[in-house]
Design a protein around this ligand. Structure first.
Ligand SMILES: Nc1ncnc2c1ncn2[C@@H]1O[C@H](COP(=O)(O)OP(=O)(O)OP(=O)(O)O)[C@@H](O)[C@H]1O
Ligand SMILES: [Mg+2]
Length: 236
């Protein structure tokens, strides 16, 4: 007979396996793009130029390793993997990870980032996953739009807040949004886990993730996290 503790451990295992496989899709897609790029470069007989693509692929393999290692740290469940980091760096890495998708589309990305540090305590890789999920959703939402635009706004003060907005059609069902497996996308395009995973991560970081529709249309996602530095210290 299965004890309650065992079944809740299994539930946690199921949740984290789903999250890990979901998050591996992004680096896998990016690797495929860089590999195709390297193949093209070699066919054009400029093998030295392929080295940069190989480096990217190497970095992505490291990242995938870090994502699967999370299974272990999840199992310990706790904040012992937390370290201070600058959210500006997480935004840059997330955008770098999205580079292949961004290059494939003509989307105007605007970035408003403070020129002082935006420090929080947490797991940087996990926050990057949240940002990637929000950006992927924004890219999906603007697919049929005439002049697709995505805005990223980072602000640091008493809290660190990150807003991702797009000029897509807006959110259909605000109540169901964060539920696991809620999706309006075609099978194969989405499983409805991105926001459920993201809101779990943000809660773990002691913050919250909210969504609304913008006054001029489009979706607005806001992530608020406890700041590590007091505003005076952050000003440097
Ligand atoms: N920027 C957005 N604009 C409009 N609707 C959105 C936006 N982001 C999310 N949604 C809605 O919320 C649903 C759930 O999003 P979520 O990221 O959890 O799953 P998904 O994108 O459908 O699939 P997955 O992220 O697992 O690949 C989406 O299917 C979509 O209907
Ligand atoms: Mg998604």
């Amino acid at each position: 007979e299965q004890t309650l503790a065992q079944s809740s451990k299994l539930a946690v295992l199921g949740e984290m396996s789903a999250a890990v496989s979901h998050e591996l899709n992004q680096p896998l897609a990016a690797m495929k793009t860089y590999l195709a790029g390297a193949r093209l470069i070699i066919q054009r007989k400029r093998p030295e130029e392929a080295l940069a693509s190989f480096q990217r692929i190497d970095d992505l393999i490291d990242r995938m390793g870090a994502i699967t290692r999370q299974l272990k740290s999840y199992a310990r469940k706790g904040s012992d993997a937390f370290e201070p980091f600058d959210v500006r760096d997480a935004v840059s890495s997330a955008l770098a990870m999205m580079e292949p998708q961004l290059k494939a589309r003509r989307v105007a990305i605007s970035r408003t980032i403070p020129d002082h540090r935006a420090m929080i305590l947490g797991d940087r890789l996990r926050l990057e996953q949240v940002i990637i999920n929000l950006l992927r959703n924004a890219l999906d939402a603007t697919r049929g739009v005439k002049d697709p635009a995505v805005g990223i706004l980072l602000a640091a003060g008493q809290t660190v807040s990150l807003t991702v907005r797009d000029n897509g059609p807006g959110i259909e069902d605000l109540d169901a949004l964060f539920e696991p497996f809620y999706t309006t996308k075609q099978p194969g395009d989405g499983v409805g886990l991105g926001l459920a995973i993201s809101s779990n991560i943000v809660t773990e970081l002691g913050g919250r993730l909210t969504a609304r529709n913008g006054s001029e249309g489009g979706a607005v996602f806001e992530l608020v996290l406890p700041a590590l530095d007091a505003p005076a210290a952050a000003a440097e």
